[in-house]
Design a protein around this ligand. Structure first.
Ligand SMILES: Cc1cc2nc3c(=O)[nH]c(=O)nc-3n(C[C@H](O)[C@H](O)[C@H](O)COP(=O)(O)OP(=O)(O)OC[C@H]3O[C@@H](n4cnc5c(N)ncnc54)[C@H](O)[C@@H]3O)c2cc1C
Length: 438
């Protein structure tokens, strides 16, 4: 079968990899000159099943109110005259009940655990080098209340098979000695030995190369402008995808099936054909520093709960990422937020890096209110979704790619997850058929 994948971030590239392995003739379209140039470019680099608790949780509404208008707040809503943003915000609030948060954690752990296994198998098969560290993820807290509030979610994750172990401050510093300078401020932590980290950009571009070697075609510098449709009801189909190619020419490309994996930009494209995806961009920041003193910089991937930052060692670089602004599609760098990341990193690891030459970056997380992605079918028989992976697209990427390849091939993926547009199996917790939307 001929399949066109729209988008060459981690999600589109992993989809293409597993689709070609399933025997399909695959073409990938992306507006950028190469793979992983947008949100999959310089993120926090954690493979973190232990981060399955979504932003929408019972403590979020109060925190959001407290943070409104604070320029350096970890999560900042800038309210706009934007109907989608308001609908998304209301839907986000509905996901904050304890029952919805627990349901969403189950979904995310299921796909994230599966995905880590898929990542490991791709790594073993391809040998892609991406500064991978398999030393676990260490989450540390500097606020007793936040630490106590984290315990129920950690407990639920353990019940679901994610070994997120609570530990005391001494154990935190034993696992990552580079945190010694702030030992007195740490009140506790948790450690998930099975989590990992690695450079998403190196992995995705490496996988795109392997895809090409296996016969996948990549059309870069090519913007998707429209999906063409025919029929209605059960007979509705996509007949082609209209693009502007690298020479500025309009063209229509045809396939038997289409996979939508354009991150935050899946929303406006799907809307043109009447599919209302509840995806809104959540702008995040990262800073990359050159490591000066290798023993003073952390090797274990860290989560600094108080500042909502994640920290990953990528060879001789240190990547620090986090914070979110819900503020439309702008990718502008805000100096206050950039400075806050460097100030905090310098405080944690004073002599580890060259803090005078940080590389700052922003990317748009494709956020659903629940942080559960859309993976599955649509009302068009040959249009499939693999999008809306929010804060965990790297963690869920390979599993989502494998799952969509199964679905396009007419098979049910081998995990208990609420695939979009598909009846649920009679096993595990009752699941809704689509992630929550407004
Ligand atoms: C600061 C930050 C830190 C993060 N940290 C982590 C982390 O530690 N762990 C983790 O698991 N996740 C993390 N994430 C989330 C993760 O990066 C994203 O979920 C993931 O990159 C999304 O991948 P994607 O392929 O869906 O989107 P993208 O990577 O954005 O890919 C979409 C592709 O579609 C293309 N495209 C869009 N519109 C068009 C069009 N009209 N025509 C043609 N092509 C188009 C784009 O060029 C792009 O290549 C982080 C995100 C941010 C911003």
């Amino acid at each position: 079968m001929k399949v066109i994948v729209l988008g060459a971030g981690i999600i589109g590239t992993a989809s293409a990899w597993f689709l070609q392995k399933a025997g399909h003739d695959v073409t990938v379209i992306d507006r950028q000159p190469g793979a992983a140039q947008e949100t999959s470019f310089a993120n926090g680099c954690q493979i973190s099943v232990s981060h399955a608790e979504p932003w929408a949780n019972p403590s979020a509404p109060l925190k959001l109110l407290k943070w409104l208008g604070k320029e350096d707040a970890p999560l900042l809503f800038r309210l706009r005259a934007d109907w989608l943003q308001w609908r998304w915000g209301l839907s986000f609030l509905r996901e904050c009940t304890p029952a919805r948060a627990a349901h969403n954690i189950r979904q995310i752990v299921a796909i994230a655990e599966y995905s880590r296994q898929m990542l490991q198998s791709v790594r073993d098969e391809t040998g892609i080098a991406y500064d991978c560290e398999t030393r676990g993820i260490l989450h540390f807290y500097t606020d007793e209340e936040e630490f106590q509030a984290s315990l129920p979610a950690a407990q639920l994750m353990r019940e679901l098979g994610c070994p997120r172990q609570n530990i005391d401050a001494d154990e935190v510093v034993r696992i990552e000695p580079a945190l010694a300078a702030v030992r007195d401020k740490i009140v506790g932590g948790d450690f998930t030995a099975t989590d990992e980290s690695g450079d998403i950009y190196k992995f995705t571009t490496g996988l795109a190369k392997k895809c090409e070697e296996a016969g996948v075609r990549f059309c870069f510098d090519t913007s998707v402008t429209r999906l063409l449709t025919e029929g209605s009801g059960a007979g509705a189909r996509i007949t082609g995808v209209e693009v502007i190619d690298e020479h500025g020419r309009h063209q229509v490309l045809h396939a038997d099936s289409y996979v939508l994996a354009m991150g935050s930009f899946s929303q406006p494209l799907a809307k043109q054909v009447g599919i209302d995806l509840m995806i809104y961009p959540g702008k995040g920041y990262s800073a990359t520093y050159q490591v000066k003193a290798p023993d003073l910089a952390p090797h274990v991937s860290l989560t600094d709960d108080g500042h909502k930052l994640v920290i990953s060692r990528l060879g001789d670089r240190l990547r620090v990422a986090g914070t979110a602004e819900v503020n439309g599609y702008t990718r502008e760098l805000n100096d206050v937020r950039c400075d806050a990341i460097t100030r905090r990193t310098r405080e944690l690891f004073p002599d580890a890096c060259d803090y005078d030459q940080p590389e700052y970056w922003t990317g748009l997380r494709p956020m659903t209110p629940s942080n559960v992605p859309y993976i599955g079918k649509t009302r068009f028989a040959n249009l499939f979704l693999n999008t809306g992976h929010g804060t965990l697209g790297w963690t869920m990427g390979c599993g989502s790619g494998r799952a969509i390849a199964d679905i396009v091939s007419g098979r049910r993926p081998d995990l208990d997850f609420a695939f979009t547009g598909m009846a649920q199996p009679l096993m595990g917790t009752p699941l809704v058929s689509v992630p929550a939307r407004g």
